[in-house]
Design a binder for this molecule. Structure first.
Ligand code: ADP
Ligand code: GN1
Ligand code: MG
Length: 355
């Protein structure tokens, strides 16, 4: 780690280094130097990202493109070059590191007010609009089939068949829950293949903690975690934000009675997203509730698959962590099913008010 810090062109000498943030994928550290400069140093997770060089090319091009289109420099991530002019450092163990300027603001794991969540909707909606003319075919598909829910089900079936850590027998109810929704889970993928929904450049990982808010104004400053920026559907971004931020409990809540969809927050986000992304088509709008449900179901499938696979993908803090996460997502899916008519009504109302 120390070698990695010194590989980058930074201001001053490092004085502190601490593990930072609540991401599930990369190893993130905050570095402070004796001049008061602050940086984020990340070790790229190579189990998840097989080609870190292409990953950095994607992120580098997208951040450069965004930087030309925003007025506040804090609104776009800024990478520090290494002393030999690269945007990543490869250490002797084959690990890839990168460094960003620390954006002074804060990230939330749950909205503290309606306005916080509204701000995140504006940030992700704007992000989508800003990238509307970005040449999508120049981006590498850094994780192929990332939001292909049909493919996620195939991976679940393969893991279930291999049952590498003998956990399948203990989770039959959970397996049954997701398998009984497999047909519906493939809806977005089928629509994508049929060309019924426009292909856009999307973020693909729109959790609330991937948006930075300004400390003084609490307005959204910057969208973080651009590793999964790829061609995709707006409904992936909308759906993932709802699944994470409009839920009444966190992803790893053990008391499932606390988990459900907050319809008020669902309305707030829908409004912000529609306002910031006026190019959404009628079909995309109609499918918003389905986007929220499928992304939640997809995460249930992904967490369950990782649990069955011995927790190789997501960072976990205890053996049942992925199972707990899968269960919260299932509970949220079930609650969305109960509130389905309300979700559709809200989308129609907001659409009428904002368009
Ligand atoms: P992961 O892929 O593991 O989620 P992220 O890139 O999202 O990694 O980083 C993890 C956390 O680190 C973010 O949620 C955020 O709190 C913080 N973070 C990342 N980049 C920056 C930055 N440039 N400035 C300030 N905080 C950041
Ligand atoms: C991961 O990197 P992070 O923590 O923002 C994951 C997302 C999941 C999320 C679930 C590259 O997001 O797809 O939705 O965990 N990122 C990747 O919390 O797989
Ligand atoms: Mg993140």
């Amino acid at each position: 780690m120390e070698k990695a810090v010194y590989a980058f062109q930074i201001e001053g000498s490092p004085v502190t280094c601490e593990v930072f943030g609540h991401g599930h994928i990369n190893h993130t550290l905050r570095i402070r130097t004796d001049t008061g400069a602050v940086y984020i140093l990340q070790k790229i997770n190579q189990y998840v990202f097989k080609d870190p060089v292409r990953l950095m090319e994607n992120v580098g091009s997208v951040t450069a493109y965004l930087r030309e289109r925003v007025s506040d420099p804090r609104s776009s991530l800024h990478f520090m070059p290494t002393k030999d002019g690269k945007f990543y450092y490869l250490d002797e163990n084959g690990e890839y590191w990168r460094m960003y300027d620390f954006v002074r603001g804060f990230c939330l794991d749950a909205p503290e007010s309606d306005e916080d969540f509204y701000q995140s909707a504006l940030a992700f909606g704007r992000f989508q609009e800003l990238l509307a003319d970005y040449p999508a075919d120049t981006l590498y598909e850094i994780i192929p089939e990332f939001h292909n829910t049909t493919h996620r089900y195939q991976l679940l079936r393969e893991t279930l068949a291999a049952d590498p850590v003998h956990r399948a027998a203990g989770v039959q109810r959970e397996i049954e829950f997701v398998l009984s929704r497999e047909q519906e889970g493939g809806t977005l993928q089928r629509m994508r293949e049929a060309g019924e929904l426009p292909l856009r450049v999307t973020h693909n990982d729109t959790k609330l903690n991937n948006v930075l808010l300004d400390k003084e104004t609490r307005k959204s400053l910057c969208v973080l975690d651009l590793d999964t920026v790829m061609p995709g559907l707006s409904l992936y971004d909308f759906g993932d934000s709802i699944r994470f931020g409009a839920a009444t409990a966190g992803e790893d809540e053990k008391d499932l009675s606390k988990m459900g969809l907050d319809l008020h927050l669902f309305r707030i986000y829908t409004k912000g997203y529609m306002e910031a992304c006026p190019s959404l088509t009628q079909r995309e709008i109609e499918m918003m509730p389905m986007g929220a449900k499928i992304l939640t179901l997809e995460l249930a499938v992904r967490f369950l698959t990782d649990y069955l696979d011995g927790d190789r993908y997501f960072k976990t803090s205890y053996p049942e962590h992925n199972l707990d996460r899968a269960r919260t997502q299932m509970k949220l899916v079930a609650d969305m099913e109960d509130k389905w008519a309300d979700m559709n009504r809200i989308v129609a109302e907001v659409s009428q008010q904002t368009r």
